[in-house]
Design a protein. Structure first.
Length: 361
């Protein structure tokens, strides 16, 4: 069974199961096109046979209606990519977020790059992008104009430039709800700092350089003098990390930004994560010894990414985060594991996704 959005486009079951709260109208034509075989460049399943096996029958997972059909298949110890899929995931530069994802699970990272995702204005990533745009505009204002009222005005006008800013905005009937959702992510910046006292050097700084032989690419949310100290800041609009399980990847991200900014001529002395939904600040240690360790791991992540892309096979890494992977019910590495009770990832079978299995002779 398939449902229809307001525009009359057919919506596959895997989409409605993965995004159950999404309401029409939604920008589904983009997804519909991305599922077209010609646009995706889908290759015959036989293309995956260069790894020495053959994909099992359609009933066992290689569903031609699935979004990943012909692109990927699991064998016993990894995710095998077709030529077309490998080309899609290949990177010219490595970002801190991709480096962190590769250290977690390369198979999940590659799957998420390949799996089409419809835009949801109320999704965490889309709301986060909208909040980041508010901060960029706020800190572009003269210091004396960075007030709570200015934030409200920026949120109210955010949809006017949504297309140019590449933001996901709902229809008129949900516009006010969306504005309140964005405002809830930004209003507590005033509990973290006084924006009028922040001496901004740059917002959304694009940094492209080479670190330790690795092509680096990323955007720094803000570089500014805070209490006289040149500080790299990254806005986080999601949950606060559990004190028992700190998000080491976020700290690593800020250290890499610190290294990259120094490489292009800035001299940041500090780094911090601003959890703007909760009005909390987390200082990140940027001691030289820690920066050296971050750079070494960054180099290893690039080597791993390049090697596995060239081999067209990404390793899976079983762990707690398996419960948040769309291939939880398809990956051999997650077999026998119970889904974490806090996971919001819906059940998606191999048939839903069109992920095949390769049997080796």
């Amino acid at each position: 069974m398939r449902s229809k959005c307001a525009a009359g486009h057919q919506v596959p079951n895997w989409v409605t199961r993965m995004f159950p709260d999404m309401k029409p109208p939604m920008p589904y034509p983009m997804l519909q096109e991305s599922l077209d075989a010609a646009d995706l460049g889908l290759v015959p399943a036989d293309d995956l046979n260069h790894h020495g096996g053959s994909i099992v029958s359609m009933e066992d997972g290689a569903n031609p209606d699935g979004p990943l059909y012909g692109l990927v298949a699991f064998d016993d110890d990894g995710l095998v990519l077709s030529d077309e899929a490998a080309a899609k995931v290949r990177r010219k530069r490595l970002s801190p977020s991709t480096a962190n994802s590769m250290s977690d699970c390369g198979a999940r990272w590659s799957l998420e790059r390949l799996l089409p995702r419809p835009e949801d204005p109320f999704g965490p990533a889309e709301l986060g992008s909208s909040a980041h745009r508010v901060f960029e505009k706020l800190y572009d204002l003269p210091p004396e104009q960075r007030t709570p009222e200015a934030v409200k005005d920026l949120v109210r006008s955010l949809d006017q430039d949504a297309e140019a800013d590449k933001l996901a905005v709902p229809g008129d009937e949900e516009l006010n709800k969306w504005r309140w959702s964005v405002h809830g992510l930004v209003e507590h910046i005033f509990d973290v700092e006084d924006p009028a006292k922040v001496e901004v050097i740059g917002n959304e700084i694009a940094v492209n350089t080479t670190l330790g032989g690795v092509p680096f690419g990323g955007f720094v949310d803000r570089l500014a003098r805070v209490d006289g100290v040149l500080t790299v800041a990254d806005y986080k609009t999601g949950k606060l990390p559990n004190p028992r399980f700190p998000n080491i990847g976020y700290d690593e991200q800020l250290r890499l930004y610190t290294i990259a900014l120094r490489d292009v001529g800035y001299e940041p002395e500090a780094a911090e994560l601003l959890y703007t939904k909760f009005g909390k600040r987390h200082k990140v240690d940027v001691a030289d010894s820690l920066l050296e360790g971050s750079l070494l791991r960054f180099q290893r992540a690039w080597d791993t990414l390049e090697r596995q892309t060239d081999a067209q096979k990404f390793d899976y890494k079983p762990g707690t985060l398996c419960s948040w992977c769309p291939a939880f019910d398809s990956c051999p590495g997650a077999a026998g594991r119970a889904r974490h009770k806090n996971s919001t990832q819906p059940d998606l079978s191999p048939e839903d996704l069109g992920i095949g299995r390769i049997k080796h002779a």
